[in-house]
Design a protein around this ligand. Structure first.
Ligand code: 8YV
Length: 331
């Protein structure tokens, strides 16, 4: 019988996923879930037939040089492949796959939660009662936020997640606007009653809420630059559940601190897991809601992601085209 492929998991995955991996492959698990050091990763690349990394692993061209000739597949446990140099992998004959679709709805739910939470001051309000004495009682002018219904939502990146956010937002009475490299299909525009803005600058200037839903690529690095962020209205809020580096975080912090922007809801940051202390201060003041990169974090979603990884590995090993192959020119 053929030797089972050595599949190295860089992090602990849900039990059912690991059980299945062990049934199918020679799976090397990370039982105590320690984040991999660069040395661990290099060792894994030297030995593995298949590597299953997560967002906590940076797999750049230099690291890939240490990969052994047996490594043929990097099956990412996650949608975004911004931490993997897909072109460098391709140059070495290594295929990269990801886990799209299964985390779309969960991520959109959390994005919607932030779209509601920031203008309606949910995090501030949720802190009042645990702090007991802070509540002096109801008052007509206390804890006033901004209405959601009737406002304009501008989505930056109308892909699967952007569309799922738009569907939710539409049900809350927001009008849908979007900017994307390419205009969306007429059918989707009709369904969402969405307005396409070819100019991101013009859209930013006119929106009440902006939601960032595009991937992180060289083309989207600081897409929301200092200049562009300054185009937003002082009453506007911005939500990011995509990747931290799409927004110029320092510029965002400055605008928030200067009250030139009303608020922000951030699930992703420039230097994860480090978070700029200025953002923490703004959170204490109720200007921003900060989440620890948890928009796709559901029990069901993580199992679905694991199953997708397995489907991709099996297809690849059986000599088929894995369904979720990431092409270098698509990154
Ligand atoms: C995960 C994500 O947190 O899929 C993504 O792109 O950001 C999240 O689902 C992570 O990437 C898992 O590796």
């Amino acid at each position: 019988t053929r030797k089972r492929p050595l599949v190295v998991l860089t992090r602990k995955l849900p039990d059912p996923v690991e059980t299945r991996m062990r049934e199918l492959f020679d799976a090397r698990l990370n039982i105590d879930d320690h984040p991999m050091t660069e040395g661990d990763l290099a060792a894994a690349l030297r030995e593995a037939d298949v590597l299953v990394p997560t967002i906590t692993d940076k797999i750049d061209a230099a690291l890939l040089q240490q990969a052994g000739p047996q490594l043929k597949l990097i099956a990412n446990f996650g949608n975004g492949v911004d931490r993997i140099d897909v072109a460098a992998a391709a140059a070495r004959g290594i295929t990269v796959t990801n886990t799209p679709n299964v985390l779309t709805e969960d991520t959109a739910d959390m994005t919607m939660a932030l779209i509601l939470a920031v203008p309606r001051r949910l995090a501030e309000g949720a802190n009042v009662l645990p702090d007991g004495p802070k509540w002096s009682g109801w008052s007509p002018t206390w804890m006033l936020g901004r209405r959601i219904g009737g406002k304009r939502l501008g989505i930056v990146g109308m892909g699967r997640i952007g569309a799922a956010v738009a569907r939710r937002a539409k049900a809350f009475g927001l009008s849908i606007h979007y900017h994307n490299r390419h205009r969306a299909a007429a059918q989707l525009e009709d369904e969402l009653e969405a307005t396409y803005w070819e100019s991101l600058d013009q859209m930013l200037a006119r929106m009440d809420i902006i939601s960032v839903n595009c991937p992180s690529t060289p083309a989207t690095f600081h897409l929301l630059s200092a200049r562009r962020l300054a185009l937003m209205q002082p009453s506007a809020t911005i939500v990011n559940t995509a990747r931290g580096d799409i927004i110029d975080e320092d510029a965002l912090i400055k605008l928030l601190a200067d009250n030139k922007l009303a608020g922000a809801g951030l699930d992703v940051f420039t230097n994860e897991p480090a978070v700029n202390p200025k953002l923490v201060k703004l959170a204490a003041k109720g200007k921003v809601v900060l989440l620890p990169h948890m928009s796709s974090a559901t029990i069901e979603g993580r199992i679905d992601m694991g199953e997708k990884v397995i489907v991709n590995i099996r297809a690849f090993i059986d000599g088929h085209r894995p369904p979720d192959r990431v092409l270098p020119n698509k990154v």
